[in-house]
Write a protein that binds this ligand. Sequence first.
Ligand code: DP6
Length: 376
Amino acid sequence: KVYRASTTAPVNIAVVKYWGKRDAKLNLPTNSSLSVTLSQDDLRTLTTASASASYSGDDTLILNGEVSDISGARTQACLRELRARRAALEAANSDLPKLSTYPLKIVSENNFPTAAGLASSAAGFAALVRAIADLYELPESPSDLSLIARQGSGSACRSLFGGYVAWRMGEQADGLDSRADLVAEASHWPDMRALILVVSAAKKGVSSSSGMQQTVATSGMFKERITTVVPKMMDLMEESIKNKDFEQFAEVTMRDSNSFHATCADTYPPIFYMNDVSKTAIRAVEYINAKAGRTVAAYTFDAGPNCVVYYLEKDAPTVLGTFYQALSSVSGWKEGTASVKSEFQLEDNLASVLKDGVSRVIMTGVGEGPQKTNEF
Ligand code: DP6
């Protein structure tokens, strides 16, 4: 008999960024963070976990159709934690099949190209943990499972929920209080949209794990960020979400992205994730907000050059209309948004930098958390 469970898990994009670890083994952060979970129609990982007494040998992992290394410390930490919880259930109930002793087969695939350079580790580890927890019929809540996913990749702990999600940094050395929790369901503020500008990087940048370690070790500004800046941003961000106050949400999002990239520049030697196309996207967002006379769009950047623009559905004509001339011929621009009126035109030089530098766009929005599925 083969026991099997499948789940999907979403990507999340932080609006208050996680950057810095106080414990690199457990992925315990130096600050709390907050993200928006994006719709799985556009971006998701689908993972099936199975176990059987008839499987022989070691656990296996297939990622996007290719045999992948399962021996990494982070993956092993997740598997160990999940198995231990299953073993405890089996010890308490001898009728349960001994799944904890069977080899696992894990098959995982993304519905978006890995080449897009979008952080897929968050969705990947969230799906891995959720699928195995379902296979093992663990009673743990998503917040409890977030402790395990966090050990795979810090940002993965936030992908166990939909909507608006906080990762509380916690203070304990064992990390048991460093977990994700729900700030608001997607349905609380469903009209949040995200336009992702995929910007191809000439060469691969510094990974987030290593970049944040270098920042912690060398940046003076970083101390100010974690002690003063982020705690205030977290309060303002949660307040803006509760009140559905887009102007406040947008200002905090942009300020936090700027603060994070400033600490990267303050790292010695400096780390630059944004390139000229990224900076042009910032100019374009500033232009839109200036023309609109209020804040209708917010940019944010992770550890790479891609730009995520958050905006509300009601402002789609203004936001998409302004990008239309530059981006409507880029792959991923959705039909139906073509009819938006070009209220404002981007200056030709901004438009042409975006047209040449953006290889693909993803038009998406806030979405739900992991979903069980029968797709294998
Ligand atoms: C800039 O979660 O990828 O996207 O814990 O080392 O796996 P590890 O790092 P990771 O870092 C994400 C950094 C970020 C900000 C964020 O998502 O909060």
